[in-house]
Design a protein around this ligand. Sequence first.
Ligand SMILES: *Cc1c(COP(=O)(O)O)cnc(C)c1O
Length: 377
Amino acid sequence: MGFSTDAIHAGQQPDPVTGAVITPIYQTSTYKQEELGKHKGYEYGRTHNLTRASMEANIACLEKGKYGIAFASGLAATHALLSLVKAGDHIICSNNVYGGTYRLFELIMKDYGIDFSWVNTSDLSNIEKAIKPNTKMVYLETPTNPMLNLTDLAGASEICKKNNLIGVCDNTFMSPYFQNPLVLGCDIVLHSSTKYLNGHSDVIGGILVTNDEKIHNRLRYIQNATGGVPSPFDCWLVLRSTKTLAVRMERHQKNAIELAEYLNESGIAKKIYYPGLSDHPQHELAKNQMRGFGGMISVDVGETGIAKKILKNVKVFTLGESLGGVESLISHPASMTHASVPKEEREKFGLTDSLIRFSVGIEDIEDLIADIQKSMK
Ligand SMILES: *Cc1c(COP(=O)(O)O)cnc(C)c1O
């Protein structure tokens, strides 16, 4: 089936009791057992929940995967993922991943004996060079936040296969509508469903998707054994939201392209980072491995004062962290998401104090452009 048909129907059947078209919120912690050892396959809410199972099946289908394993946040999913390795193992990571991922790996998991190498995975030879005898996993994020650098997922997956490494991709920025890492050879795809999958800025959630039965069995075991599961209501909200993922992503992208053009033509952008622009250094790769370019734009406005003025004066854009919601957000990576990265380090890859990041929402583009125009006065 096509993406939108799957998005609306996959993982869901009308409720067998009432015929309700929408999967109910099974807000229950336990289930009645008929007699010892005889039940309907549902024993305890952490282990089994039909609202969660429907949402997991739905997103797995959109990612062209067999299995979805959901968690209470993107970082809970990332943490569970690390249970696939053990003390003494080594992981190679993209050096510009989500800040919370960096914190979890470097400031927490490292103390449990897991070793990490941070490399620029945009150049695949850096992955090969970083492989050690104890390397078990390659953790990629593409495009990255906020510089929107890409990693060649098919090329990276080939290296993983050759060296028997688990290839993981954080696909939060593109959503399954624009990119399917499993199809490109990755073993596991990760999402913060907080972002585009839910898209309405009212849920914190995460999910892992895989086609590998062995990995699935282990992750399913970890999901139950460590217990970081999402609530039935949050699962229901995400399941409701993926129905409109295709139309939302189309609109996010359309607005992003128009805003990028305006920022360029008006001269506000001294430098603009968006994979959909032909001058993006990896525009060709973007066209090959993605079906679109998404709704995230970063712009260097040249002067910190101008950045501050825009951030302070906007009225339709909301100054805030996060991304991927229907409402447009604006942020200042240097002082918000990337404040912990030393200034000299940040500036090496273009993350200056005059860089602004836009999560372009699905409002009327005329209003978004007018908002930026007025903010400059
Ligand atoms: C937000 C985010 C995460 C973490 O997800 P939470 O739901 O906030 O725990 C991971 N990766 C990326 C790319 C993100 O944007």
